[in-house]
Each structure stands twice: as C-alpha cells, then as structure tokens.
Ligand binder design. Structure first.
Ligand SMILES: NC(=O)c1ccc[n+]([C@@H]2O[C@H](COP(=O)([O-])OP(=O)(O)OC[C@H]3O[C@@H](n4cnc5c(N)ncnc54)[C@H](OP(=O)(O)O)[C@@H]3O)[C@@H](O)[C@H]2O)c1
Length: 291
C-alpha cells in the first residue's frame, strides 16, 4: 500500500516511492521546480565563498545560485561570474551584522524561487587590519574583539539559517537528487574544544565553538520536527585566502590548500550528505571532528 510520509514522499512497503516533488509541490502545481535546485552562498565576495559559487555554477549546467555579500558593487569576482552565468546567478547584499539585510535576502529568495535547497554560510573573520587581531594571550582579550567575532562568526550565520528555514522546509530536495535540503555552515577545526591543544586565538575559537553549538542545536530541532533539512559543519582545511594569509608562515609544507581543492572536497561532502549526517562536524577529507 502507498502512503505519504512526513517528508511528503510516497512510500511503499517501507521504501521511498517515486515522487520527486516533496510536500510543498504536492499542493501547488504552479510552483516551479527549478531544476538542479536553488543554492545560496552567504559570504561570497571572495575566498572560499566565491569559489563555492564558481563551482556550483561550473560543475553543472543546471541549478540557480544566490550569492550574498556586503558590497555587491565591489564584488568583482562575483560580477565576472554574473557576466558568464547571467540567468543562473543572482547577487544580493547581506551584511551579517544588519538584520534587515538578512530579512531582505530571504524575501528575495522567497519572491523569486519560493524555496531553497542548499544554504552555505561561508563568511568568517579572524583578523581585520587595525580592528581585530587573533589573541596570543589572555592579556590581549578585549570586549569589542570578542563580541565582534562572535557576532560575525556565530550570531549572523545562525540568523541566516533562521530566516531561510521556511524556504529550506519548502525546498527539501526538490529539483535535486536528494530528499532533503542542506545547511552547511563553514566552521574551523580550531572551534573544537576537544581538539584544542594549542590555545590562542580565543575570540575566533570561541566564536566557531558557538557556531558549532548553535548549528548542532538547530539540527536537533529540525530532526525533531521532521523537517527535510540536514545541517552540517565543515572545516575547509588551511586554505590560501585573505583570512589565512597573515598566518601562512606557520603552515607545514603541503598543508596549505588551494580554494579550488578545498571547495571541491567540501562540495563532495555536501552533495553526499545523508540524513544520518545531520548535526555532524566534518573536516575537508570527510573525517568527523570531535566537539
Ligand atoms: N582560509 C582558511 O584557512 C580557513 C580555515 C578554517 C576555516 N575557515 C573558514 O572558512 C570561511 C571562509 O573563509 P575564507 O578563508 O574564504 O575568508 P576570506 O577570504 O577572508 O573571506 C571572508 C568572507 O566573509 C565575508 N564577511 C566578513 N564579514 C562579513 C559580514 N559582516 N557580513 C557578511 N559577510 C562578511 C567577507 O566579505 P567582505 O569581502 O565584504 O569582507 C568575505 O566574503 C570562514 O568561515 C572561515 O572562518 C577558513
């Protein structure tokens, strides 16, 4: 006998049936499927975020990407991609420290696509010239640095997840070969408390530990509510970007990855993520990282 399960999928004798259109589409034939799915990359002006946008567009001739950044007019890498993929790429302004911009980005995804299949929160700060330096000792801790890092690395990304949640629920895996939407928050191994053998970088470590806990917590809620959303945390390795540049002299030979390599590995984890991966923290090579 066939019946509709809580994810809007037809099941037959305990197996998944053929319906490729999860719950929302069952009730609205007018909703477009957006073949290949709709992905959002938050923090896409440069570095790892920009590379995610590039690979999402280049690796398939299907799928739409919404790239967000603080200053779209100055995001030259994104504008070059827009020239090449005019129909498949939208660029929106989003500053993690301004709620209105997060809400407006959610509204524009809702108005244009009505759904979201993949959300990647790629932004992050470690140092900002004359504003923020990673601490080497407790004596260097400052309230402003602790709060700014936490705001950008933990608070902002989880508020993006909050505002995209209704769209991810509607999206599930529709238009893709998955049966669920994915939230991939880019964290860092140094956010692991169990792995902290070196100390230092107090603000950055704590902010990523905060992001990890917030992401784990929403993953539990999504599972409890049977939302078709899988949340994962990813460590990209040490990658040659603006963020790591001031600290690259300490990186052992062969351990500094290109953006292309890291994002290829991370996308493979994202695209293969299963329901049972919900709430897990993975390194670039697919190994789980302790909390
Ligand atoms: N690179 C590494 O070795 C490494 C290692 C471990 C983890 N990570 C993590 O990987 C992620 C990407 O890092 P990356 O190396 O690509 O860094 P990056 O090249 O410095 O890029 C950082 C991105 O974050 C954005 N951003 C900063 N503040 C923001 C705000 N208030 N609102 C919205 N966006 C903001 C930047 O936008 P603007 O252009 O507007 O500043 C930029 O797009 C981060 O979460 C980082 O913590 C990186």
């Amino acid at each position: 006998m066939m019946k509709l399960n809580s994810f809007g999928q037809w099941v037959l004798m305990g197996r998944r049936w053929l319906n490729p259109f999860p719950r929302a589409c069952m009730f609205s034939s007018a909703v477009k499927q957006w073949e290949g799915g709709v992905s959002m990359v938050q923090g896409a002006s440069r570095g790892i975020g920009l590379e995610f946008v590039r690979q999402l567009l280049e690796k398939s001739d299907k799928g739409h990407v919404l790239a967000t950044c603080r200053n779209p007019k100055g995001a030259t890498g994104l504008l070059e991609l827009k020239n090449k993929f005019a129909d498949r790429l939208d660029i929106h302004q989003l500053d993690l420290t301004i709620d209105r911009t997060i809400e407006e980005a959610a509204k524009s995804v809702k108005d244009k696509y009505g759904r979201l299949n993949l959300l990647i929160n790629a932004s992050g700060i470690l140092s900002i010239p004359n504003v923020l330096q990673p601490e080497t000792t407790l004596n260097k801790l400052q309230r402003d640095s602790l709060l700014l890092t936490y705001e950008v690395n933990a608070v902002g990304p989880i508020l993006v997840v909050k505002h995209m949640w209704p769209l991810l629920k509607v999206g599930g895996g529709a238009g893709t070969d998955r049966d669920h939407a994915i939230v991939a928050n880019i964290s860092a191994r140094v956010g692991s408390i169990g792995d902290n053998g070196l100390g230092g970088w107090h603000s950055y470590r704590a902010s990523k530990a905060g992001l990890n806990q917030l992401t784990k917590t929403v993953s539990v809620e999504f599972a409890r509510k049977k939302d078709p959303i899988v949340c994962i945390l990813l460590h990209p390795g040490t990658v040659d970007t603006d963020l790591s540049r001031p600290f690259q002299s300490n990186v052992p030979e062969g351990k500094l990855f290109t953006k292309e390599f890291s994002v290829q590995k991370l996308l493979s984890i994202i695209m293969n993520a299963k329901r049972s991966d919900n709430g897990k923290f993975f390194a670039w090579d697919g190994q789980e990282i302790q909390w």
